[in-house]
Design a protein around this ligand. Structure first.
Ligand SMILES: C[S@@+](CC[C@H](N)C(=O)[O-])C[C@H]1O[C@@H](n2cnc3c(N)ncnc32)[C@H](O)[C@@H]1O
Length: 272
């Protein structure tokens, strides 16, 4: 299946079951995928917030810098970058295919604008509340404790997958804001990275696997092809494997994060 959607000349650096990771720029990978092939994309792009600020970790003050890939290159250049990968994702998606994009105010407004500019139809803006977010050190602002996850469909009129009953009846993952047998709302309470459950290996901006499992469970069925242009430590791949029956393709341009993904996925158990 994965081989069918990719043009020749690109080899994965790691494969496990139905998942393949490519150590390359996402634009390179996306250009090798035929048009209208992908069912769902989850993108956790650089938030462009590594500009020498500080945050709190384990009670201490640590620099917020995640890596050179996360530095802002100015408003216009950042927007150009987001426009390029969003339009490349659009080409690869099926008409009924959907994209999820996570971000904070540093990036999410640009991404939302560019989704609309690229003719996506926005379905929801999820507020992902982090009950265990670190405190604010300066005591001059509210403590940042949420991210926004935009959900949009490629085609204005096509019918996307939404597993309404699974979201209404299922309590997975545990969510203090969700009562049993009520509609799933657009505010999700999911803690950041629970130690032990997701392997000991970490990426500086690793998403909780529970967040990705809910996204995949809500918006894909078995047989779906899922793509993550900013693989990082492979959280989307881990969630796709845990949900089962899905196919995964990811791009990551830092070799060390490809290696981290390979170790993390090989260490994780419970794939069905
Ligand atoms: C925000 S992190 C993603 C973290 C991931 N969601 C996780 O849970 O581990 C973004 C990742 O994208 C990679 N990246 C940035 N720009 C890229 C590009 N143009 N192509 C491929 N990877 C890129 C970075 O090296 C970084 O690992």
């Amino acid at each position: 299946m994965i081989g069918d959607v990719l043009k020749s000349g690109i080899e994965p650096c790691f494969t496990l079951k139905n998942a393949a990771l490519f150590n390359c720029d996402c634009l390179e990978l996306l250009s090798r995928i035929g048009e209208n092939r992908v069912d769902m994309i989850f993108a956790d792009p650089p938030y462009m917030l590594s500009n020498n600020g500080f945050t709190c970790q384990n009670g201490g003050m640590v620099p917020v810098n995640k890596g050179s890939w996360d530095k802002s290159r100015g408003f216009e250049e950042d927007a150009k970058f987001h426009d390029q990968w969003i339009s490349a994702c659009r080409r690869a998606l099926k008409p009924e295919g959907v994209i999820w994009i996570s971000g904070t105010y540093h990036s999410i407004y640009q991404c939302g604008y560019l989704l609309q500019k690229n003719n996506f139809h926005i379905l929801n803006d999820i507020a992902w509340f982090k009950p265990n977010a670190p405190p604010n050190l300066s005591c001059r602002f509210f403590t940042a404790s949420h991210e926004t996850v935009l959900w949009a469909r490629k085609d204005r009129t096509a019918k996307h997958v939404f597993n309404y009953e699974a979201m209404k009846n299922g309590s997975f993952p545990e969510d203090a804001l969700k009562k049993e047998n009520t509609q799933m709302r657009s505010v999700w309470s999911i803690p950041v990275h629970k130690k032990g459950r997701e392997g000991s290996l970490r990426h500086p901006t690793q998403k909780p696997v529970d967040l990705l499992r809910r996204i995949i469970r809500a918006s894909t069925n078995e047989g779906a092809l899922i793509l993550d242009p900013f693989n990082g430590s492979g959280t989307t791949a881990a969630a796709a494997l845990l949900e089962g029956g899905r196919y995964y393709i990811g791009a990551e341009f830092e070799k060390k994060y490809c290696e981290l993904t390979a170790k993390r996925l090989s260490q994780m158990t419970g794939f069905v």
